[in-house]
Design a protein around this ligand. Structure first.
Ligand code: UDP
Ligand code: MG
Length: 351
C-alpha cells in the first residue's frame, strides 16, 4: 500500500462517524461492479457526508472478490464482506446490515437497476422523520410482461393471507434508520424472506416512486423456478393460510364423499339400481389420494421450516472482512484454525 492511500485509511479510521451506509449484495457481478462503484461514489461525493459502502460478496465464482479487494484497498470507505459460499441474497443482505454502522442504511442491488441518483431524495425523506423509506417501482423496464404480472399478483395474494402488509411493487431497495436496522437484527430466523421481515418491523414508513432501470450489465440470478421458490418461501414464512386451505379442501372432499355415499345407498335401496362401482371408486381414490398427498406435502413444508429453525445455524458464515484496507485474517492471524469468532461473528478460515 502506498503512503498516500495509507494516510487516507488512517484519516478515515480517526474520524469514523458514519452517517450513511450503502449495503450492496454481489453475486457474480464483476461486469458491473466498477460502473456501480463509480456511479454510487459520484452521488455520495456531491452529498458530502461521511459514508461507507458495505459490499457483500455472496460466494461469487467470477472476478467479483478480486475487484472488491482492490476497491477496499484503495478506498477506506469500502468495507468488503466475503461470505464463505453462496448463501443467497437474503443472507447477503443480513450480513450487510450486520456490518453497516451508519445512522441510515440504504440497501440496493449491484446491477444499477436501483438508480443511485435517488439517494439524496431518500435521505431527505429520512430526515423528515421516518424510519423506513420504501422505493416503489412505477415501471420495470427490461422485465418481461409475465414477470411484472406475476410479481403484482403475488404481493396481492400475500397481503391478503398474511399478517404483514407488504407495499405492492416494492423490492429490497430502501433506506432504514439505525432504529429499523437494530429491529431487523433482532429477527434471527433462518428462513429469511426480507421483504416480509421489513414489513413486519413496522415503524413510520414513507414511499417514493421510481422507474426501475434495466440491468446495466451481467445476467439476472433468478430464473422462474427460483422466483417461484422465493414466492412460496414468502407465503409459508408469513402465513399459515395454506394449511387452513388444505383443511378446507379436505372438509369439502369429505362432505362430497358422504353425500355421494348416501346417494349410492339410497339409489340401491329405493330404486333397486345395482352399484356401478369401478369408475367411481377409481375417481374417488385418486381425488382423495391427491388431496391427502398435497396436504401432507404442505404440512411437511411447515415442519421442514421448523426443523431448520431448531438447528439454529448461523444465517451466513464469513470468510473474511476487509475494513480500512485491512483484512480480519491479517489482523487476527491464526492460520490453522478453521473456525474463529470475533465478537459475535463467526469466520471460516481456509488453511
Ligand atoms: N444476489 C446475491 N446472491 C444471490 C443472487 C443475487 O447477492 O444468490 C444479488 C445480485 O448480485 C444483485 C441482487 O442480488 O446485486 C439482485 O439480483 P438480480 O439482479 O440477479 O435479481 P433481479 O434484479 O433480476 O430480480
Ligand atoms: Mg437486478
Amino acid at each position: 500500500m502506498n503512503a498516500l492511500v495509507e494516510s487516507r485509511h488512517l484519516e478515515f479510521r480517526r474520524n469514523r462517524k458514519v452517517e450513511l451506509s450503502i449495503v450492496i449484495p454481489l453475486y457474480n457481478e464483476h461486469e458491473v461492479i466498477t460502473a456501480m462503484y463509480e456511479r454510487v461514489t459520484a452521488v455520495l461525493a456531491i452529498l458530502a457526508i461521511p459514508y461507507e459502502l458495505v459490499l457483500v460478496d455472496d460466494g461469487s465464482r467470477d472476478g467479483t472478490p478480486i475487484m472488491m479487494n482492490r476497491l477496499a484497498a484503495a478506498d477506506p470507505s469500502v468495507i468488503a464482506v466475503f461470505l464463505s459460499r453462496n448463501f443467497g441474497k437474503e443472507a447477503a443482505l443480513t450480513a450487510g446490515l450486520d456490518h453497516a454502522t451508519g445512522n441510515a442504511v440504504i440497501i440496493m442491488d449491484a446491477d444499477l437497476q436501483d438508480p443511485p441518483e435517488l439517494i439524496p431524495e431518500m435521505l431527505q425523506a429520512w430526515k423528515a422523520g421516518v424510519d423506513v423509506v420504501c422505493m416503489r417501482r412505477r415501471s420495470r423496464a427490461g422485465e418481461s410482461w409475465f414477470k411484472r404480472y406475476s410479481a403484482r399478483r403475488f404481493y396481492r395474494v400475500l397481503n391478503a393471507i398474511s399478517d404483514v402488509d407488504i407495499p405492492v411493487d416494492t423490492g429490497d431497495f430502501r433506506l432504514l434508520s439505525r432504529k429499523a436496522v437494530e429491529a431487523m437484527k433482532q429477527l434471527n430466523e433462518r428462513n429469511r424472506y426480507m421483504k416480509g421481515l421489513f414489513a413486519w418491523i413496522g415503524l413510520p414508513t414513507s414511499i417514493i416512486e421510481y422507474d426501475r432501470m434495466p440491468r446495466a450489465a451481467g445476467a439476472t440470478k433468478w430464473d422462474y423456478l427460483s422466483l417461484f421458490n422465493l414466492a412460496f418461501e414468502g407465503i409459508t414464512s408469513f402465513s399459515t393460510a395454506p394449511l387452513r386451505l388444505a383443511m378446507g379442501v379436505g372438509l369439502l372432499t369429505a362432505l362430497f364423499g358422504i353425500l355421494f355415499t348416501l346417494w349410492i345407498v339410497a339409489k340401491a335401496l329405493f330404486l333397486g339400481d345395482p352399484v356401478q362401482g369401478y369408475p367411481s371408486l377409481i375417481s374417488m381414490i385418486t381425488i382423495l389420494g391427491g388431496v391427502q398427498l398435497l396436504s401432507i406435502g404442505l404440512l411437511g413444508e411447515y415442519i421442514g421450516k421448523t426443523y431448520y429453525e431448531t438447528k439454529q445455524r448461523p444465517v451466513y458464515l464469513l470468510r473474511d472482512v476487509m475494513r480500512c484496507g485491512k483484512s480480519v485474517n491479517e489482523t487476527e492471524a491464526a492460520p490453522h484454525t478453521t473456525f474463529m469468532s470475533v465478537g459475535k461473528e463467526t469466520y471460516v478460515r481456509f488453511k
